[in-house]
Design a protein around this ligand. Sequence first.
Ligand code: FAD
Length: 306
Amino acid sequence: MISRSTLIWLSRQEGLKDFATSFKIFKKLTTRFVAGETIDEAVKFIREINAEGASATFDHLNESVGSASEAEAEVLEYLNILSKIDDAGINSNVSIKLTQFGLGLDSELAYKNARKVVEEAHRRDNFVRVDMEDSSVTQITIDIFKRLRAEFGLNDVGIVLQSYLRRTYSDAEQLVKLPARIRICKGAYNEPPEVAFPDKKDVDANYVRVVQLLLSSGIYHGVATHDPKMIEATIDFAKREGIGKDKFEFQMLYGIRRDLQRQLARDGYNIRIYVPYGKHWYPYFMRRLAERPANVWFVMKNLFKG
Ligand SMILES: Cc1cc2nc3c(=O)[nH]c(=O)nc-3n(C[C@H](O)[C@H](O)[C@H](O)COP(=O)(O)OP(=O)(O)OC[C@H]3O[C@@H](n4cnc5c(N)ncnc54)[C@H](O)[C@@H]3O)c2cc1C
């Protein structure tokens, strides 16, 4: 069986990225985790989930861009998304990655680009979530987020923390003091044991600790997971502490545990679905395979079905 770390390693191979994205047959397989190549396909899906009581967060797939002009194109895409959300009257905010805005080229460029999107979201009364990438950019992502948060409101911009990182509990303690809206997730990259817990049970225990800290802060946070144990621990804690269902939201990814997404909506919980679209699906898609290597069999089966 192919391992999680091999799949994450493959997700970073530029040559494979170009190879995979140039073949129609691979594109077909991505529909399991990606809403489509165009913004309109994503809008169509968001309308469907809105009708079922879920909100969305839009993600234009592209990360680690190689030039300032590519980063600029990403800003324009996000300005377009924000306008589309209003025109279509759908319930969605947006998620961005700083490497998409040029973080790997120049951190000031990434800040300025992100700022343009947050400013537009603020103008439109919408919200920007800064996704968290691998640990080489954790600190700079938090620093840029803090600058944005100092200029804009609590409901304009938020950040993501990953429970597999040893530093996360302390980051969460600092960030809630700003205050800041946080999405907690487990973390999707390959990290060395010095920075991340190698054992799943420690990642999960840290997840629950951070959720309890977040929920106790009285700020509206996102609990991003498909893990029934994490969901149950969140619900139990909220009930125990008298924290209302409207005080936080669960978040899940497009294509994963749609049954659970619907169940939580029916049970009266706020649920937001992360809806990725675009041509640059390769690294995102490979990270989804890595989360559940059994998915590789699903992909292979469909590939040979033609
Ligand atoms: C809304 C959202 C935003 C995210 N943003 C970020 C981010 O900014 N940075 C980051 O590093 N990570 C992000 N992630 C990914 C996250 O870190 C995890 O890698 C991912 O959510 C899997 O962890 P889990 O909590 O579902 O638990 P796991 O223990 O990995 O999985 C629990 C169960 O969920 C199901 N499941 C999980 N993943 C899959 C899959 N790919 N295919 C099929 N079933 C699956 C399986 O039934 C599995 O048993 C995000 C996740 C979500 C839901």
